[in-house]
Design a protein around this ligand. Structure first.
Ligand code: GDD
Length: 381
């Protein structure tokens, strides 16, 4: 018995006329192939924040057939794509990026017009704990994808999710497309390697292959290990405990002085899609151009929660307490990183000018949205 997903989703083989069209063209003639009516897009990492937002964006703004790839796990985590699973233009396919055969089979079967790679080991702090897995997922897998595209689908446009962590120990503020790569973590180094591979394949084989520099992007689908969601979720939990007169554990954070350029993840999707649909492949920085510290994120979230606080101490003794002296947020040096990227701020003027890219959310709207979402989620649990 087929499940609902399989029954309602168009079969890729139904696009035979387009496959014939692709096969009859010079394989590198991407502009002609990209004129065909319905495009097939592979999106990896669809259970995560970016992949799921990309699926929503493509469903809303294009008529593409979307193949969202997932890794077989014993416990499914489809919360970010549950709403999209009944869409006829969205199909889930199994793909493990650490398995070269799996990548090749998926590409030869689907013959995608676009391959958008959002799957990654994306937690910077975790990359010191599992550097090899980070390298294999974030660098080696990109090489496998590029090789498969080169050999089996060179008309396919490739996007790899790049990161401001590649700039790392920055020497200029803000950072634009010309800033040197000075990564500070195994994660940043793997993304920088992927960037070089993407460029080498673009230049050697004339592929449409790009890697945008995405500065920090957050939202209601963000994992709770990242600092913004850790704060919005942690403070919402404390607020609910306060409302019920219950005891609570303080939220424990690492370096409050770190500064990041935070954008709402949803705002990035149009920028990525524009990057994929230019007359020639080019990398762009996507960012807000505004920088805030982790401390400012905490303070603004406390304000959204209407929690009055007193701030005292410095460095490892810094803490936020209620007027009655109950600790709400404190520093725990266990969350410090072996090497820190102290500040990142992107210059997105090229993307604004050439892609016409604009954003809907600013820092305050982002913090409010994240806090209110977590408060409601926890309240209705
Ligand atoms: N995660 C975390 N947890 N970070 C903390 C904490 C804490 O308790 N306390 C302070 N921080 C600081 C980190 O030291 C870092 O300077 C900053 O908060 C942001 O950390 P994360 O939210 O984990 O994100 P990131 O900047 O390391 O990486 C994110 O952005 C990159 C783009 O610049 C990730 O999304 C990456 O995948 C992405 O490439």
């Amino acid at each position: 018995m087929k499940n609902k997903q399989e029954q309602t989703t168009p079969d890729p083989k139904k696009h035979n006329s387009q496959l014939a069209e692709i096969e009859s063209h010079s394989v590198r003639d991407t502009s002609d192939i990209h004129k065909s009516a319905i495009k097939r897009v592979i999106v990896t990492g669809v259970t995560g924040q970016d992949g799921s937002h990309m699926v929503d964006y493509l469903l809303k703004h294009t008529d593409c057939m979307i193949y969202g790839t997932i890794r077989r796990l014993s416990v499914e985590n489809h919360i970010n794509i549950e709403h999209a699973k009944s869409e006829p233009r969205f199909k889930l396919v199994n793909l493990d990026l650490t398995d070269d055969y799996s990548i090749r089979d998926t590409i030869t079967e689907i013959k995608p017009h676009y391959f958008l790679n959002f799957a990654a080991q994306s937690f910077v702090d975790g990359s010191w704990d599992y550097p090899i897995q980070t390298w294999e997922t974030d660098a080696t897998a990109v090489l496998h994808i590029l090789e498969s595209i080169r050999k089996h689908a060179p008309y396919c446009r490739f996007y790899n999710a790049g990161s401001s962590e590649e700039f790392g120990d920055v020497i200029k503020d803000p950072q634009d497309e010309e800033h040197p790569l000075r990564p500070q973590s195994p994660y940043g180094a793997a993304k920088a390697a992927a960037r070089h591979l993407t460029r080498v394949y673009r230049e050697s084989y004339d592929l449409y292959a790009v890697q945008g520099w995405l500065f920090n992007h957050e939202g209601t689908r963000r994992g709770k290990e990242f600092v913004t969601r850790k704060i919005s979720h942690g403070i919402a939990k404390i607020k609910l405990a306060m409302e019920k007169n219950q005891d609570f554990e303080p939220l424990q954070l690492g370096n409050l002085d770190a500064k990041r350029d935070w954008t709402d993840a949803e705002d990035f999707m149009s920028g990525v899609w524009e990057m994929m649909n230019q007359s020639s492949a080019k990398n762009y920085v996507l960012a807000s151009g505004k920088m805030h510290s982790v401390r400012q994120f905490v303070i603004h979230t406390l304000k959204c929660a209407n929690i009055e606080f007193i701030k005292k101490g410095k460095n490892e003794t810094e803490q936020f307490s209620t007027k009655d002296g109950i600790c709400i947020v404190k520093v725990n040096s266990e969350f410090y990183r072996p090497a820190e990227v102290h500040k990142l701020r992107g210059d997105c003027s090229l993307a604004e000018k050439e892609l016409g890219w604009i954003r809907k959310y600013d820092f305050k709207k982002l913090v409010k949205r994240m806090y209110e979402n977590d408060y409601e989620l926890l309240k209705n649990k």
